[in-house]
Design a protein around this ligand. Structure first.
Ligand code: ADP
Length: 180
C-alpha cells in the first residue's frame, strides 16, 4: 500500500493546497496532510486552528487524514509509514526550493521518495500570504479558500461576516491597500 505525506505550514489551507491533496489522494492509497507545528515564520493561525481548518476542508476525501508534526519531515514520513513526500509546484522559485529541500531529504532518508505535482493553473499565483493580505483588507476570497477558512480569516481580522466591497478597507503598509 502506498502512503504519502503532504507536509507544509498551511497557514491557512487554501484551494491550491486542497487541489494538490485531492489529486494526490487519487494517486496514493492514503495521504496524510502533515502540518508543521513551528516553522521559522510568523503565523496567523495556531497549530490547532490550522489542523481544524485543514480537517474540515478535506473531510470529503476518505483517504486523506490530517496531522501535525515537529522536527524533520523525513521523520514525519517514517512515523506515518509513508514512502513518499508530496509537494506542490507553482513556479520556478518553488522548483528551485523543492529541488534543494528534496536533495537534503534524500541525503537524510534514501527510502523516502519525493513527488512534486504542478499546481492547477487557477491557483498558480495563490499563496497563503496573498490570501491573508487580501482577507485582511476585506477583499473577496471566495475563489481561493473554502467557506470555513474565509470565515476564520474574517474573524482573525475582526471583519464582519460579509464584505460590502473589496477595496474599502485600507491598512497602512500593505501592498494591496488602496492608494488612489
Ligand atoms: P511551506 O511553508 O512548507 O511551503 P505551504 O503551506 O506554503 O508550506 O505550502 C505547502 C505545500 O503546498 C508546498 O508544497 C507548496 O509549494 C504547495 N502550495 C502552496 N501554494 C500552492 C498553490 N497555490 N497551488 C499548489 N500548491 C501550492
Amino acid at each position: 500500500m502506498a502512503r504519502a505525506i503532504y507536509p507544509g505550514t498551511f497557514d491557512p489551507i487554501h484551494n491550491g493546497h486542497i487541489d494538490i491533496a485531492e489529486r494526490a489522494s487519487v494517486i496514493f492509497d492514503e495521504v496524510v496532510l502533515a502540518i508543521y507545528d513551528a516553522p521559522p515564520k510568523k503565523l496567523l493561525f495556531s497549530t490547532d486552528e490550522r489542523l481544524t481548518l485543514a480537517r474540515t476542508a478535506l473531510a470529503h476525501v476518505a483517504n486523506i487524514s490530517v496531522t501535525t508534526y515537529t522536527g524533520l519531515t523525513v521523520e514525519c514520513a517514517r512515523q506515518n509509514e509513508a514512502d513518499v513526500i508530496i509537494r506542490g509546484l507553482r513556479n520556478v522559485a518553488d522548483f528551485e526550493y523543492e529541488h534543494q529541500i528534496g536533495w537534503a531529504n534524500r541525503q537524510l532518508a534514501q527510502d523516502v521518495e519525493l513527488c512534486c505535482l504542478f499546481c492547477n493553473g487557477d491557483y498558480a499565483y495563490l499563496s497563503a500570504t496573498i490570501l491573508k493580505e487580501v482577507a485582511s483588507l476585506g477583499g473577496d476570497t471566495t475563489q481561493w479558500a473554502p467557506v470555513p477558512v474565509q470565515q476564520a480569516l474574517r474573524a482573525k481580522f475582526n471583519l464582519p461576516e460579509v464584505s460590502p466591497n473589496t477595496r474599502g478597507v485600507s491598512r497602512k503598509g500593505s501592498k494591496l491597500s488602496y492608494r488612489g
